[in-house]
Write a protein of this length. Structure first.
Length: 156
C-alpha cells in the first residue's frame, strides 16, 4: 500500500515538474530568440522579412525543446503533459491580444501561438519516439493511426 502511494507521489511530482520545466524552457528559449537574437520586439508591421523568417523558424524550436523536456521529465503520456503548456500559450495569447492591442493583425498573433503549440507537440512526439526506439518498441507515429492500421490489416 505504501509503495503505491510513494509511486503515485513520485509520478505526480514528475508530472508537475515536467510541465513547469518544459514551459520554463519554452519561455527561456523564446526570450533568447526574440530579445537577444532578433533584437527585441518582433512585429509583423515593423520587423523586416528576414527577422520574421528567422523568428518563424527559431521560436517553434524553443517550444519543441520545451515539449521534449516535458516528456522526458514526466516519463510517460507526453502529449497529456504538453496540454497544460499549450493551454497556457493559448490563454497568454488571448490575454495579450485583448489587453495589448498593438499594430499586429490577429492572424499574426494566432499563428505565432499555433507555431508554439505545434512545436511543443512535436517535441513531445520526438521524446516519445526516441524513448520507444531505446526501449525496442519503436512505432513512430500516432497511436490512433497505428491502432486503426493494425485493425485494418487484421481484417484482410
Amino acid at each position: 500500500m505504501h509503495r503505491k502511494i510513494g509511486n503515485f507521489a513520485i509520478q505526480l511530482m514528475r508530472s508537475l515538474m515536467g510541465v513547469v520545466a518544459g514551459y520554463a524552457m519554452m519561455v527561456f528559449g523564446t526570450t533568447i530568440v526574440q530579445n537577444d537574437l532578433l533584437g527585441g520586439h518582433v512585429s509583423y508591421t515593423h520587423s523586416p522579412t528576414s527577422i520574421l523568417l528567422v523568428g518563424a523558424v527559431l521560436t517553434p524550436l524553443a517550444a519543441l525543446m520545451g515539449g521534449f523536456i516535458t516528456g522526458a521529465i514526466a516519463g510517460r503520456a507526453p502529449f497529456a503533459h504538453v496540454v497544460p503548456m499549450c493551454t497556457a500559450i493559448a490563454l497568454e495569447t488571448a490575454y495579450f491580444t485583448y489587453v495589448h492591442r498593438g499594430s499586429d493583425p490577429l492572424w499574426f498573433r494566432a499563428s505565432a501561438a499555433l507555431a508554439l503549440i505545434l512545436g511543443a507537440f512535436v517535441g513531445a512526439w520526438l521524446w516519445r519516439a526516441i524513448a520507444e526506439m531505446r526501449a525496442g518498441t519503436a512505432y513512430i507515429g500516432f497511436d490512433a493511426f497505428g491502432s486503426m492500421l493494425r485493425k485494418f490489416q487484421k481484417r484482410r
